[in-house]
Design a protein around this ligand. Structure first.
Ligand SMILES: C[S@@+](CC[C@H](N)C(=O)[O-])C[C@H]1O[C@@H](n2cnc3c(N)ncnc32)[C@H](O)[C@@H]1O
Length: 322
């Protein structure tokens, strides 16, 4: 498999998954409501903070729009999990990105024409920035092949996308990691390094695609009812404790320990981050499975440092069942 065949094969898997959920608009309702509410709240909080700071962008003010922030949604897919018309009222501009052109076409076709025209689409784009370098055969790849992949994955270059004020990762990182999990046996000596490079590279990308003084919203599924059957049964009040206990028992998707994600998106690890908060968990019903979803919201510092983002030190091989 060449680099471009590797991209094509991963894109095909994502296309098949999006095809399966294309008609799940109704089933996604609760999850969509959570995501949309969170992003509307972020817009409101930023607007309030900007007003307090006396900030007004002259260009935006002249246009008559009240809202000032650009929104970038990574992994928008079919758009089942985001109410774009609602967000259009809260943001100055919206850009969406995905590897699957069919899913984005479906997403756009559901929108009123003027809104679909206003949204900027970046597709197809490999948001891992590294599919082309993922060794095609884990068993025969050399150390140099793995070193190259890990280096590229940890510092992804996605030059086709401009930085925005608010950058959302919409249940994308679990799919990026799943690509590695699907290709590299967990027993492989470079498995943990490869997974962590993809995860930390994604956090790195989020930090770099978010403008100084902006907001990162990392939304991710962390565990499903496959390994935590009570997810489908507990009351909303019991959900946080159930998920916390599962995480403490290391029952979470490979590379997606919520506590580690929170740490890595903190000022302690990334000098582009000024502060971060945890939201959720909430439930996402997809087919017969229920997922626990969390959101990490991080503010970027107002003057961007010259380095890239969270380092990949490879220390926290927090693999759980996937
Ligand atoms: C779980 S879905 C998110 C749900 C989606 N927002 C929806 O409502 O349909 C993850 C999305 O990430 C996209 N994705 C997966 N790997 C990608 C990659 N390497 N580059 C860009 N997008 C990718 C998939 O095509 C899919 O649309």
């Amino acid at each position: 498999m060449t680099g471009s065949e590797s991209i094509t094969s991963s894109a095909r898997i994502q296309r098949q998954r999006n095809e399966r959920t294309r008609d799940d608009w109704d089933q996604f309702a609760q999850h969509r409501q959570q995501v949309t509410h969170l992003l509307t709240q972020v817009a409101g909080q930023r607007r309030a903070a900007n007003e307090v700071a006396g900030y007004q962008d002259a260009d935006k003010k002249d246009s008559g729009r009240v809202d000032s922030d650009s929104l970038l949604i990574l992994g928008v897919g079919n758009g089942n999990d985001i109410d774009l018309p609602t967000l259009d009222a809260a943001y100055w501009s919206i850009t969406v990105a995905d590897i699957d052109p069919d899913a984005i076409t479906r997403c756009m076709s559901r929108l009123p024409h003027p809104l679909a025209q206003r949204i900027t689409v970046k597709c197809p784009v490999d948001l891992s920035g590294a599919l082309h370098s993922l060794p095609r055969d884990a068993a025969t790849a050399s150390d140099a092949d793995w070193d190259r992949f890990i280096q590229i994955a940890a510092n992804p270059k996605v030059d086709s996308i401009e930085p925005c004020d608010v950058v959302v990762s919409a249940c994308l990182v679990s799919q990026l990691i799943d690509t590695v999990v699907g290709r590299v046996p967990a027993s492989h000596p470079r498995f943990a390094d490869a997974v962590l490079a993809i995860r930390d590279g994604h956090l790195n990308l989020l930090a770099r695609l978010t403008r100084p003084g902006g907001t990162i919203v990392l939304i991710t599924d962390v565990v499903s009812s496959d390994t935590l059957p009570d997810l489908a049964r507990v009351s909303p009040a019991q959900l946080p404790m159930l998920v916390r206990t599962a995480i403490e028992a290391r029952n979470f998707f490979t590379g997606l320990n919520a506590a580690v994600l929170m740490h890595r998106l903190s000022p302690a690890v990334c000098d582009r981050i000024a502060g971060s908060q945890f939201h959720g968990p909430w439930r996402w019903q997809m087919g017969h499975r229920v997922y626990a979803v969390i959101a990490l919201i991080a503010q970027t510092v107002s003057a961007a440092p010259s380095d890239s983002g969270p380092e990949n030190d490879g220390v926290d091989a927090d693999g759980g069942p996937h």
